[in-house]
Design a protein. Structure first.
Length: 346
């Protein structure tokens, strides 16, 4: 366990917003977590868990104790005939894990390539892209209760995964509820990669890549390379232009609501879902309201993808929040749809 005071957080949040942590502790093992909780000076103070910093908007200095999870390690837990189970420490870089699995001959995570953030944050957000969500490849995780110090394991059902949602994003509404926001610190995550491998190719961008390359039965590595290329063409590199990736969730509506919107906006982009609902492309809604390329202060809407808000240089968290709220108002006034942000405002 390593403790630092007055730590600049600009390098620890992908938006590149200037802020400080009054105190930051780096944890590299379960033993470090237990040592922290056994420390009488820090056990009872408010805490903020920081993973890869790719899904937060800092609006000022962080007063709670910042826990930087840096638990390393990747290993094969089981390589059976029906699936391979991979375990990774919560501090591992997510894209690095995806690359590691392919380098070692294990397919199944390639559609989730180049998503920023850490392994430990991936179940919190139930990350997803190009037809695959984390819950589709999830086996279980180990976490430590920050209130009691007890280590426990959760299955997919116990994580209550939803669209960009999980039990880790909700506080308990009443005594006995399972909400684990701010209470559980994830230390390890296990992924189940099914055998035989089957490609997931249902997205238009991937269909275009197959047509361009003349490849109709791509390998996992080809899908990985295609998705990296697609994301790099659409999304700015946080190291160059600060951002948190997709800022808003794609909203879902009923088929009747979608039909009503299509009657008014025939070019709207939408995706029928297996449960009968319809998912609308939030980026298209924002672009239709004229926000692409616009700014509030130094916070702006990326000129190549309206779903991404960016730091044009020196943006504050307040400017990002103001821009996001203005976009939400525009979309609601035109379409009657409320956009929900993905990042957590701190």
């Amino acid at each position: 366990m390593f403790v630092e005071q007055n730590v600049p957080l600009q390098a620890h949040n992908s938006f590149g917003i200037v802020a400080k942590a009054r105190e930051l502790v780096r944890l590299r093992s379960s033993e470090d977590v237990r040592a922290l909780l056994a420390d009488p000076a820090r056990a009872a103070v408010p805490k903020f868990i920081l993973g890869g910093g790719s899904n937060i908007v800092l609006t000022g200095d962080v007063k709670p104790l910042v826990i930087k999870v840096e638990i390393p390690g990747i290993r094969v837990v089981d390589d059976g005939t029906r699936a391979t189970v991979i375990e990774a420490g919560a501090g591992e870089n997510w894209h690095g894990l995806v690359r590691w699995t392919l380098d070692h001959g294990f397919a199944g995570l390639e559609n989730l390539a180049l998503i920023p953030g850490s392994v430990g944050a991936s179940p919190v957000q139930n990350i997803g892209a190009y037809g695959v969500e984390l819950q589709d490849r999830f086996e279980s995780l180990d976490a430590i209760d920050l209130a009691t110090g007890r280590e426990f394991t959760l299955t997919a059902a116990q994580c209550a995964f939803g669209y960009r949602d999980s039990v880790f994003k909700h506080a308990p509404a009443k005594e006995g509820d399972l909400g684990l926001s701010g209470r559980a610190l994830i230390v390890r995550v296990r992924f189940r990669l099914p055998k035989p491998w089957k490609p997931v190719l249902g997205y238009l961008d991937l269909e275009r890549k197959m047509h361009e390359c003349g490849v109709h039965e791509p390998t996992p590595r080809q899908i990985f390379d295609w998705i990296c290329a697609i994301r790099q063409a659409k999304l700015p590199d946080p190291a160059v232009l600060g951002n948190a990736g997709s800022f808003f969730k794609n909203p879902t509506v009923t088929p009747d609501q979608c039909t009503d919107i299509i009657a008014r906006e025939p070019n709207i982009v939408y995706y029928p879902m297996p449960d009968g609902s319809v998912k609308l492309a939030a980026g298209w809604l924002i672009d239709a309201c004229g926000w692409k390329g616009k700014s509030v202060g130094q916070a702006g809407v990326y000129d190549k993808q309206a779903l991404v808000l960016v730091n044009r240089g020196g943006a504050t968290g307040g400017e990002v929040v103001t821009l996001a709220r203005a976009i939400q108002t525009s979309v609601y006034e035109r379409f009657g749809i409320r956009l929900e942000p993905e990042p957590v405002v701190v």
